[in-house]
Design a protein around this ligand. Structure first.
Ligand SMILES: Cc1ncc(C[n+]2csc(CCOP(=O)(O)OP(=O)(O)O)c2C)c(N)n1
Ligand SMILES: [Mg+2]
Length: 570
C-alpha cells in the first residue's frame, strides 16, 4: 500500500516530469514532502504568480504540461495569472492544488477553506473559469486517476491548463492495490492522438493556393504549439507564399527567411499588413485572429468577400470564427501544412520571384532611422537593434506587455524559429522575468528577458530564483520610469493618474539578489553590457537601459489600417 501523496509524485515521475514550479501551503506540503525522495526538482520562486508563469512557459516550450503546485487560495489568485495566459496562449499545464479543508472544522467559520461550502471560498468555481478542465477527487483512487486525466486534457486538442484540487482524506489515506474500476498505467491513460484535416478540405485548400497569384500564410501560435516550423517553411516554398505572423506567432519562421514578411497587427509592420490586404488567398494557420491581429477588423484589411480564406485550426470552433472562411482545415498545424505541401504540384502557386520581392520589401520595416540613433538616453528602436545583435538562432527572447513589446515586435528581426515568446494570450505585465527564468531552466539556450520598468518591478523577485537555481539569463529593463504605454495615451501630462514611477535603482536590486547589475545610458554601453551578459554563465545580469521616454510608440508604430478604425482600443 502506498499513501496518496507518494503515489502522486510517483505518477509525476512516471510521466517524465522534471520540474514542479510551486510554493508550499496546505495539503501541498504533504506532496512536497515526497519530492526529495524522487528525481523531480522543485523550483520555488518567491510567489505563486511567478511559479504559475514558469509552469506555463515550461509547457509552452516543451509541449508537455508544466506543473504548478501550491495552496488553493493562492493558486486561485496569484497563480491565476500563469493559468490565464496558458488558457489563452494554449500552453499545456497542470496545477496541483488543494481546498485547504480542515476535516470537521471545514463547515465551522472556516479558515482558508476553499471547497465552495458556506463561509469559505469557491476554488472549484475560480478554476472552472480559468482552466480547460478541473477535478476535485474525493478518494485516493480518484486522485491518481484525476492527475492522469489532467495530464491528458492539458495536451488533448487545443492545449491549455488543467487542475486537480486535493481534498482531505484523499490526500493522507492509502491507495488501494487493485481498485475497480482500475487505474491504468499513467503513460497509457495520458495518451492522445492528433487530428488531421479531411482530405477533401485539403484538396480544396490546395487548389485555391495553387491558383493564387498573391498567396499569404498568416502563421500564429498554433505553429509554435505544434512545432510545425519545417512544415510551415515547406508549405510556403511549395506555393511561393509569403509568410507573415501574428504577435504570438513571431518566430514561427526565421524573420530573415526570403519568404518572411514580418508581423501583422495594429502596432506592427505596415508592410506585413499591406501584404495581407493585397493577398488574393489567405491561409491562416493556428491563429484565432484576435482584434490586435486584425487591426480591429478594419474594413480594408481582411476582406472575406474578395479574398479566399483558408483557416487551419486545431479546434473546429475557431476556424472561420472571426471571418467567414472558404475552407476549414481542422487538425494539428503539422498535418494541415504537410497535407497542403503534399498536394502542391511543381507549378503550384505564385510567381516565385515576385513573392520573394514582395517579402523583401515588407522586411524593410524591421528598420527605421531611429534604429541607427546614437542618442542618449537611448532610443528604444536602437536598444532593440542592440538586442538583435546578440540574438542568434540559439537564443530565446521573452517579451513583456507595454511599449517594450511593440518595439521588440517591430525591430527584433529574429534569425531562427522559437527565438521570441511573449505574453500575448492575456498579455499580463510581469510575465517576461519569470518566463525568462523558466526558459533558461527548461532549455539550454541563451535567454534574454525584456520588460518595461513597470513589468520588471512586478516580478523582479524571479532574478533571485535564477540565482538560486543556477541559471544566468540577461534581464533587459527598458526603463522610462513610467507605465509608458499608458502615459503616452495622455493628451497632456497628468491626464491619467498613476502612470509615473519614481526612479528605482534596479542595479542595487540586482546586486541584492546576487545578480550583476549595470545601468546604461548610451547605445555602445548597452552593446557591451549585452555581450557581457551573454558570456556570463555564473550569474544573471540585469541591464537597466535608460530609454528616451518621449519616443511615442503609437505615433511611430500604429498601422494605417488601425488608424482607419480610430485607434486606441487597447
Ligand atoms: C498585470 C497587468 N496590469 C496592467 C496591465 C495594463 N497595462 C498594459 S501595458 C501597461 C504599461 C506597462 O508599463 P511598463 O511595464 O513600464 O512598460 P512600457 O510601456 O513603459 O514599455 C499597463 C499598465 C497589464 N497588461 N498587466
Ligand atoms: Mg515603462
Amino acid at each position: 500500500m502506498t499513501n496518496t501523496t507518494a503515489a502522486l509524485v510517483e505518477t509525476l515521475d512516471d510521466l517524465g516530469v522534471e520540474y514542479i514550479f510551486g510554493y508550499p501551503g496546505g495539503r501541498v506540503i504533504e506532496v512536497l514532502d515526497e519530492v526529495p525522495d524522487s528525481p523531480i526538482t522543485l523550483v520555488r520562486p518567491r510567489d505563486e504568480r511567478e511559479a504559475s508563469v514558469m509552469a506555463e512557459v515550461h509547457g509552452r516550450l516543451t509541449q508537455t504540461p508544466g506543473v504548478l503546485a501550491g495552496q488553493g487560495p493562492w493558486i486561485g489568485s496569484l497563480g491565476a495569472i500563469g493559468q490565464m495566459e496558458g488558457r489563452l496562449s494554449s500552453s499545456p499545464m497542470v496545477a496541483i492544488t488543494e481546498a485547504s479543508e480542515r476535516g470537521e472544522y471545514s463547515t465551522l467559520a472556516p479558515y482558508q477553506q476553499s471547497r465552495g461550502d458556506y463561509g469559505g471560498l469557491d476554488l472549484p468555481n475560480i478554476l472552472d473559469s480559468i482552466t480547460k478542465e478541473h477535478w476535485f477527487p474525493r478518494t485516493p483512487t480518484e486522485t491518481i486517476r484525476s492527475l492522469q486525466l489532467a495530464f491528458k486534457h492539458a495536451v488533448a486538442g487545443r492545449p491549455g491548463p488543467t487542475a486537480v484540487i486535493l481534498d482531505g482524506d484523499a490526500v493522507h489515506e492509502e491507495v488501494p492495490e487493485d481498485p475497480t474500476p482500475p487505474v491504468w498505467d499513467a503513460d497509457e491513460q495520458v495518451q492522445t492522438w492528433k487530428a488531421a484535416p479531411a482530405a477533401d478540405d485539403l484538396d480544396d485548400a490546395a487548389d485555391a493556393l495553387a491558383d493564387a497569384d498573391r498567396p499569404v500564410i498568416i502563421a500564429g501560435n498554433g505553429v509554435h504549439a505544434a512545432q510545425a516550423y519545417d512544415e510551415l517553411e515547406a508549405a510556403a516554398e511549395a506555393y511561393d507564399a509569403v509568410v507573415v505572423t501574428s504577435y504570438l506567432g513571431k518566430s514561427t519562421i526565421p524573420e530573415t527567411h526570403e519568404l518572411a514578411g514580418g508581423v501583422i497587427g495594429s502596432f506592427s509592420h505596415e508592410g506585413a499588413n499591406q501584404l495581407v490586404s493585397d493577398a488574393d488567398v489567405l491561409c491562416v494557420v493556428g491563429c484565432r485572429l484576435n482584434p490586435m491581429d486584425t487591426n480591429w477588423q478594419a474594413p480594408g484589411f481582411i476582406r472575406p468577400d474578395e479574398q479566399t480564406i483558408i483557416h487551419a485550426d486545431i479546434d473546429a470552433r475557431n476556424a472561420g470564427w472571426v471571418y467567414p472562411a472558404d475552407v476549414g482545415l481542422i487538425g494539428d498545424a503539422t498535418h494541415a501544412l504537410t497535407g497542403l505541401t503534399e498536394r502542391a504540384g511543381d507549378d503550384a502557386g505564385a510567381d516565385p520571384d515576385a513573392a520573394r520581392d514582395r517579402a523583401a520589401d515588407a522586411r524593410a520595416d524591421f528598420h527605421a532611422p531611429a534604429c541607427e540613433s546614437d542618442a542618449s538616453p537611448i532610443k528604444p528602436q536602437r536598444a532593440i537593434k542592440e538586442i538583435e545583435a546578440v540574438v542568434d538562432a540559439g537564443t530565446i527572447v521573452t517579451a513583456d506587455s507595454g511599449n517594450n513589446r511593440f518595439w521588440l515586435l517591430n525591430y527584433l528581426q529574429t534569425p531562427g524559429v522559437r527565438t521570441y515568446f511573449g505574453s500575448g494570450g492575456v498579455g499580463g505585465m510581469g510575465w517576461s522575468v519569470p518566463a525568462g527564468v523558466s526558459a533558461a531552466l527548461t532549455t539550454d539556450r541563451d535567454v534574454i528577458s525584456v520588460a518595461g520598468d513597470g513589468g520588471f518591478a512586478m516580478t523582479m523577485n524571479s532574478v533571485e530564483t535564477a540565482v538560486e537555481y543556477g541559471v544566468a539569463p540577461t534581464f533587459v529593463v527598458l526603463n522610462d520610469t513610467s507605465l509608458g504605454m499608458v502615459r503616452q495615451m495622455q493628451e497632456a501630462d497628468g491626464d491619467i493618474a498613476g502612470v509615473e514611477f519614481h526612479d528605482t535603482d534596479f542595479v542595487a536590486v540586482a546586486e541584492a539578489f546576487g545578480a550583476v547589475g549595470e545601468r546604461v545610458t548610451a547605445p555602445d554601453e548597452l552593446a557591451s553590457a549585452l555581450v557581457a551578459g551573454k558570456e556570463r554563465n555564473d550569474a544573471p545580469t540585469v541591464i537597466d537601459v535608460r530609454i528616451d521616454r518621449d519616443e511615442e510608440m503609437e505615433e511611430e508604430l500604429t498601422s494605417s489600417f488601425y488608424d482607419a478604425v480610430g485607434g486606441l482600443h487597447e
